[in-house]
Design a protein around this ligand. Sequence first.
Ligand code: SF4
Ligand code: SF4
Length: 163
Amino acid sequence: MELVMKVDDISRCYQCGTCTGDCPVAWVNREFNPRRIVLNLQTNGHNFENEAVWLCAMCFKCLRCPRDVKPVEVFSNLRKIAIAEGVNNLGTKLVKAFVEVVRENGRLVETKFMMKFMGLDSLKMLPPSVAFKMWKVGKVSLSAKKFECAEEVKKIFEVCENA
Ligand code: SF4
Ligand code: SF4
C-alpha cells in the first residue's frame, strides 16, 4: 500500500510542542508525545516497531497546530497502513479483535473482546472485585445477547468489504 501519510505535512512541523501540550493522553502517559513522534517520522520515517501511534485516543484535541500538520491524521494514516500491510503488533491485534467481536455480535462485548485480544492473560487485568462490579452493571457476561441489529451490522460489514 502506498504511504497515505502526507510527507509534506510532516516536514512542515517545527517542533513547537503545541500538540503535546493539548494532548490528554500525553498528560497522563509520558511515553506518548505527539511532537516527538512527528520528529521521529521526520528523521527516521515510519517504523511499525514503534507502537506509540496506537496510544492516540483520536480525540482531535491536537488541531491547534500552527503548521497544519494534524498529528491525529498522521497517526490515523499510519494505523491504516499497518493494518493494510499485515503488520502484526499489539495495535493491529487490538483492532482485529475489536472488529471481529463487533462483526459477530453487532456490538462490542467487552469480555469476548478481552479474551480474543489477550486470551487468559486478560483475567490477570481484572481483579475479582472489579469484575463483580462490572458484572452487576451488565458489563461482564460471556453469554451476552446479540445486539438486536446484529444481522444488519453484519450486512454493513459485507457491503464495506465488497465496496
Ligand atoms: S503542533 Fe504542529 S508544528 Fe507544533 S510540534 Fe505539533 S505537529 Fe509540530
Ligand atoms: S488525537 Fe491523539 S495525538 Fe491528538 S490530542 Fe488526541 S490523543 Fe493526542
